[in-house]
Design a binder for this molecule. Sequence first.
Ligand code: CO
Length: 134
Amino acid sequence: MIGRLNHVAIAVRDIAKAAAVYRDTLGAEVSDKVAQPDHGVSTVFITLPNTKIELLEPLGEGSPIGKFLDKNPDGGIHHVCYEVPDILAARDTLKAQGARVLGDGEPKIGAHGKPVMFLHPKDFCGTLVELEQA
Ligand code: CO
């Protein structure tokens, strides 16, 4: 069902500092910071030859990554994103197998303008999984 690894997301408190680590220390291609108020985060994308890294910084009150950063003050891997060809078909197949979809169970438009949804980490080896329609 799942296809390519679209990105690995890393939550950080200071996205400018994190972007500088990837740009200056690791020599990667780093995007500008983009505010995503609908998702309560700002993002920077780092383009690698085979995938992307998504840096996430809290934006506004009640950011969905606020609690994660309280538990992981130095930042850390927040989720992995896998591509699927048909997100509604993937959701229905996963739900039929007992997996929990977060939120209202309907895909939302994600940071790349494509439908995404998140799956409960307890059902996936302790890792928050994002599915993105390729
Ligand atoms: Co993501």
